[in-house]
Design a protein around this ligand. Structure first.
Ligand SMILES: Nc1ncnc2c1ncn2[C@@H]1O[C@H](COP(=O)(O)OP(=O)(O)OP(=O)(O)O)[C@@H](O)[C@H]1O
Ligand SMILES: [Mg+2]
Length: 354
């Protein structure tokens, strides 16, 4: 159903995004070595990725770099190697996985071939080369790939090498902290490993108003729920075109909540979630939160945001330092810089900081 709150895996559950899906699938069919899917949180990056991987006939593995990071405090190559091999094992079976493992130093299959053990010194180049040599396309998808920056291994170099040398291996990277992922990959920086490499970039946008309305109408139709146009309009006014929020509103209605209660519950849950996600930045500096509060309360110009934060902090802030604060908030996707100054791209994030 359209209001299923989990990331979607099948096309029937995916509203629109036909064009983006076609582009991702076409890119991979044509053997592109790198596809990036970018967009702020809750726009459906993971869903798009899931559906594309399910529909294509290739072997693939999906790795959540944020999860690896939260487990290890960085993204070590042996963890990636293990996940890649486990994906391979699931797809191609024990026999082929054993064959593959045998040819790579530092890798073993244990427990009758169902468990993968990888030593610290494992060589990812070796692993990818062996997978490539099997002659079938294999897609390595890394969700929230900006977390790859937390590693001693230089992953952009690895990906650049794979693009050049391995015709059967493709990477798909998604990122919600778009600026961070861009700074990490540096695809357009002549001094970087990935510069000039062929790749496809998909940027997910918010739904247009008419799409959001249509999405809710179809979701309610599917459930046989009668919901008035006024309620749908109000939900879209409050949630904008962020499909993740629209889905949760619909899901709350599905659970039996009335319109106002469904919106209210969503806002409370969203606030908790958003502030928890933000805690990483808050731990770096209290100033990030103050700047967000200033913008949420109607300050949009650099100077007026700075003045507000100075009042809240009770002291003067160095210009350069403050510019860093704002540009980091942009890199993390909490702010967008527009002709009207700095704005918060998600209405519930704005509400959480008001
Ligand atoms: N095109 C779509 N049609 C219907 N539901 C969707 C669509 N895209 C996303 N959703 C729903 O929106 C929510 C967020 O989707 P998803 O997790 O794929 O987004 P995301 O961009 O990966 O988010 P995050 O940045 O938090 O990882 C989920 O509940 C998912 O089911
Ligand atoms: Mg996601």
């Amino acid at each position: 159903m359209l209001f299923n709150p989990r990331p979607k895996t099948r096309r029937e559950e995916l509203y629109d995004r036909r064009d983006e899906l076609e582009r991702v699938e076409d890119g991979l069919r044509k053997g592109l070595g790198l596809v990036t899917i970018l967009g702020i949180r809750r726009l459906g990056k993971s869903s798009l990725l899931n559906v594309a991987l399910n529909e294509l006939p290739y072997g693939s593995v999906k790795i959540d770099a944020r999860k690896v990071y939260s487990e290890f405090g960085n993204v070590p190559r042996e963890a990636l190697a293990k996940l890649i091999l486990e994906g391979f094992l699931k797809r191609s079976g024990k026999e082929r996985a054993r064959e593959l493992a045998r040819s790579i130093r530092g890798v073993r299959l244990l427990g009758f071939g169902v468990e993968v053990e990888v030593e610290r010194g494992v060589n990812l180049y070796d692993l990818l080369e062996r997978i490539n040599s099997l002659g079938e396309r294999f897609v390595i998808a890394i969700d929230e790939a900006q977390y790859l920056r937390f590693s001693n291994s230089r992953y952009p170099e690895l990906i650049a090498w794979a693009i050049d040398e391995l015709e059967n291996v493709s990477f798909v990277l998604t990122g919600s902290e778009v600026g961070l992922l861009e700074d990490f990959l540096r695809l357009h920086d002549p001094g970087s490993a990935l510069f000039g490499r062929p790749h496809l970039e998909i940027r997910l946008k918010r739904f247009e108003r008419h799409q959001s309305v249509d999405f809710l109408e179809r979701g309610f139709d599917e459930l046989g729920l009668r919901v008035s146009r006024e309620e749908i309009d109000e939900a879209v006014d409050e949630l904008d075109g962020i499909v993740g929020w629209l889905t949760l509103y619909g899901y709350n209605r599905y659970l039996g909540l009335g319109h106002s209660r469904a919106l209210q519950r969503l806002k409370e849950d969203a606030r908790r979630l958003i502030l928890a996600e933000f805690s990483r930045l808050r731990e770096l500096s209290h100033r990030y939160e103050l700047a967000m509060r200033a913008v949420a309360n109607g300050k949009h110009r650099w100077k007026e945001i700075k003045e507000t934060v100075e009042i809240l902090e009770g002291k003067r802030i160095d210009d350069k330092n403050f510019s860093n604060v704002l540009s980091n908030l942009v890199r993390y996707g909490y702010l967008e810089k527009t002709v009207d100054g700095y704005v918060i791209p998600d209405p519930l994030v704005e509400l959480a900081f008001r």
